[in-house]
Design a protein around this ligand. Structure first.
Ligand code: 3NQ
Length: 508
């Protein structure tokens, strides 16, 4: 009898606690929830989370919440509210939730991507930005690096003339080398055994990271055997071993005379704080080998998996839209011709190509739910109170598919980013944030945009990308992980007739 009464009281307290705590304060509408398990039984089990949340908006509005375990998660699906979270109150919402899988990858929230708001995140983000600024100089170092890799990529593709291939491996090599130059001024030969290791652990980490596993909701479950968690731990071990090897070798030849990449910037910051105040410098603790390794690992991984994925999405949409591919090629032929290869200065002229990249980033955002945020203090979104520690997820998919903002949002229409005369790029609505915004916005945006542009311009200048002879078109459904991946597909590579003719005429 007493036990029953106790259970009843506990259940009542669980339901009423949030409302009683701040009587009269408005909270976002919540999905139903039960004690302990929260809203788990009421969340859709199948389908893509970003699409499910978007559908739930019809019933609950542009901001709603649910509970998982003891945590409240708020989903934001309108651009005005999203900008309030990301920009206007950017600092207040710059936290990152602690999750079991992410904690393993980030060695307990070190690094930049998954680190919680605080001095370590601020320092490492600032240092990564410093490293990017080293590449912003007048010498176009970033552009040169990308061009070199894209040129190798095109040479490889030429050897595949007439064949249908999966672009994953060649793109992975090109993009890995660009980010490897950015991180440590080194690049891989295509037959380097480390490349295969990186490719495999990347796949394992992506497959298992934060993919809705129950341990991320109920951390105590990590005491039970858990296959995906084991796979991830192993993959992270492999990654750390490889990165440690690189860092050790690099440290031996490191010199402060020439600071030219991310690792240089991190090591220099460490040396500076070592020389300050006999080791009492605040930053020193935040620049341990583990901190440095995690930051480099974040940037290395982010630079590869995101860009490779978008490049494949672009190719997939071109296979579905052969007329568009032809029009982009006509634009390239007209504005550049065959006497030279494209450079970044062509970005102002290849407008349809640029619009195509923008549209792919809209219709298949790299991170449809961005990376989860956390309220670092008590705050509010719109008229609703948000308590410290609440997880806040921006549903970018909802922003990019809002029918009030976009004409036929489910259709792939690059021309929506062009004015009617097709002579200027336009922003048709504010409901578009492919790289996020505010203090946690993507640090690699400039690099990514440059890589995507040069990849597409070079490849389409030289090749026709066609559906393989079996007629199989890529699926456009995708596979949402921390990166919105596309399922494997093949594309037939054909050297363009016009390119061949130009080569024989001695143009290139
Ligand atoms: C990577 C480890 C690598 O083995 C697989 C890809 C991972 C998970 C990255 C992650 C960083 C990392 N280890 O720390 C990136 C992530 C989540 C992409 C996947 C990313 C991101 C950036 N822009 C858009 C979407 C995701 C930032 C950190």
């Amino acid at each position: 009898m007493w036990e029953l009464l106790a259970i009843l009281l506990l259940t009542l307290a669980y339901y009423l606690w949030p409302k009683l705590r701040h009587f009269g304060v408005k909270y976002p509408k919540s999905l139903p929830f039960l004690p302990l398990i929260g809203s788990l039984p009421f969340l859709p089990r199948h389908g893509h989370p970003h699409i499910n949340f978007f559908k739930l908006q019809k019933k609950y509005g542009p901001i709603f919440s649910f509970r998982l375990g003891t945590k409240t998660t708020v989903i934001v699906g309108h651009h005005q509210l999203a900008k309030e979270v990301l920009i206007k109150k950017g600092r207040e919402f710059s936290g990152r939730p602690h999750m079991v899988t992410l904690a393993i990858l980030s060695d307990n929230q070190k690094g930049v991507a998954f680190a919680d708001y605080g001095p370590h995140w601020q320092l490492h983000r600032k240092l990564v930005q410093t490293a990017f600024s080293l590449f912003k100089d007048g010498q176009q170092r970033l552009e040169k690096t990308i061009l070199q890799e894209i040129s190798f990529l095109c040479d490889f593709l030429a050897t595949q003339n007439g064949q249908s291939i999966d672009l994953e491996q060649p793109l992975f090599l090109a993009v890995t080398n660009v980010i490897s130059m950015f991180c440590f001024n080194s690049s891989y030969k295509y037959d380097d055994p480390d490349l295969k290791i990186i490719h495999e652990y990347n796949k394992d980490i992506l497959d298992t990271l934060g993919s809705g596993g129950l341990v991320d909701i109920f951390p105590w479950m990590k005491i039970f055997p858990n296959k995906p968690l084991e796979i991830m731990k192993n993959a992270v071990k492999l990654r750390n071993k490889l990165l440690r090897k690189i860092l050790k070798k690099y440290k031996e030849k490191f010199s402060t005379d020439s600071i030219s990449n991310l690792l240089d910037v991190l090591l220099q910051a460490k040396m500076n704080s070592e020389n300050n105040n006999n080791g009492l410098d605040q930053d020193l603790k935040l620049l341990s080998d583990e901190h440095i390794l995690t930051t480099v690992g974040d940037i290395f991984g982010a630079g590869v998996e995101t860009t490779t994925s978008v490049m494949k999405w672009i190719v997939a949409f071109l296979l579905h839209n052969p007329q568009l591919k032809k029009e982009i090629q006509e634009e390239i032929d007209q504005k550049i011709g065959f006497s030279r290869t494209p450079t970044l200065s062509d970005r102002n002229h290849l407008l349809l190509l640029e619009a195509t990249i923008r549209e792919v980033l809209r219709i298949r955002p790299v991170a449809p739910l961005l990376i989860p945020h956390k309220a670092a203090t008590d705050s509010s979104i719109g008229e609703f109170a948000i308590e410290k520690g609440t997880h806040v997820i921006i549903n970018l998919w909802a922003l990019h598919h809002n029918e009030k903002e976009w004409d036929k949002p489910d259709q792939f229409m690059p021309e929506r980013f062009l004015d009617p005369t097709r002579s200027q790029l336009i922003s048709p609505t504010m409901s578009y944030l492919p790289f996020g915004a505010g203090p946690r916005s993507c640090v690699g945006e400039i690099l990514a945009r440059q890589e995507l542009f040069l990849f597409l311009a070079w490849v389409l200048q030289r090749f026709d990308l066609e559906v393989p002879d079996d007629g199989k078109l890529p699926s456009l459904d995708g596979n949402p992980k921390v990166v919105f991946l596309i399922n494997p597909f093949k594309v037939k590579i054909k050297v363009r007739q016009a390119w061949k003719e130009a080569c024989t005429e001695g143009g290139m």
